[in-house]
Design a protein around this ligand. Sequence first.
Ligand SMILES: [Zn+2]
Length: 466
Amino acid sequence: MISNTPGRLAGDACDHDWIWDREVETEAHEAAFARASAAWEKQFRYVMDRSPFYARKFRDAGIRKADLPLKELARLPFTTKDETKRAIDEAPPFGTNLCVPPEQIKRVYQTSGTTGAPSVLALTRSDIEEWTAIGRRSYFATGIHEHSSVLTTFGAGPFAAGHTHFVLSRIGCRSVPVAPGDTERIIFGLRAGLADTLLSTPSFAQYLANLASTPRGEVLQRPPGGRRRGGGDQKSMRLTHIVSGGESGGGIPAIRDHIQTVLGATVTEVMGLGDVQSSLFGECPQQQGMHFCGGGHVWVELVDPDSRKPMTIEAGAVGELVYTHLTREAMPVVRFLGGDIVRIEGSPCECGRATFRMRVVGRRDDMFIVRGVNVYPSAILAVVSRFRPRVTGRARVIRKTADVSVTPPVLVEVEVPNGHVADPKLAEEIETAIRSTLIFRARVDLVPEAAFGESGYKTRLTVKRP
Ligand SMILES: [Zn+2]
């Protein structure tokens, strides 16, 4: 029987509540605020006492006493990624924002460090537990329950996404870990019916969908009979659910629809960021944006991306998310600018969660300005995806300088399936579509799959090339 409960995936008839932490996830804003306020009171004192980095930062901002209530949080200065990086460099390996003795650090992740040396993220036993508990809310929200079988393509390390392995094990589902980029084993796992759920970047899901639509797509078909050896009459599993994370494509309708149609699976999204919490947001099967799942542990503000003035978290608002830890022990952040520009989709949701929902519009680092208008490469991706199957769906912006202002035409490289490069009209058609949708002039270069690089694990949306 097909289940129609809002909040459950179609066909999920398990009897576990589909909201993991019902009390926290369904409470009204006032209750959530009171919960966060109480935690913040303690946390602010803790950070002032324990973190040399913040003690100095707050003193420089004229804050001497730890008595600032949560509703006045905006009086505190923002924290940037550059600052947390500098704090590490001042006293390596854990930096001046370490609030506990080093022997209490029980897990260390690294950040990708696009510029300079990698940076570290340290967790105490309690932080590990908190990451796992919040991650469980987020992944549970996507529809992954105890009965799910999940093929994971997130590496166990060095990045914070590796924490997902603890989360899956906490949910109690079957986990089928495969190294990122090991396409053959991923295909084997799906074909053999080891999993009904795939955890991957949208780039990789898109790659699988493109593969399935070609004659080579038969590699994704199950062996004849669809039965597992020794499995009695148990039918082999079918992929029904894809949870996308690591980049924002899973929320772009043209990309999501394509993956869902070709692979016949429901796509939901998760998002987190290393400096705060590896999975902080999870989209429920209503597919109306990702729910905030960090209630009681993380406080989120929304600010104007240009002026950085506080904004109200309400449907339609577009701004940058700012994160404050309420219970973190090692390396807590206060008003951390994560660089995610999001659109608030509203709250509450049919699923019963009262937490706000959002979709990522783009990364601040990827944003550029054409004639005074902010542009995110994900918007270009959405236009390009309409030209499937003549394109693969991947594209990137080439920036000649580090200058945020770009003089048109904007150079865009669009990946095309091998054999389609000679399509003389295609580049022109995409340029016209970009111009009419996004109102700027682009110059499109078609690049064959073989030359675009790395077969679709994670796509860099902006490349600097003089
Ligand atoms: Zn929901």
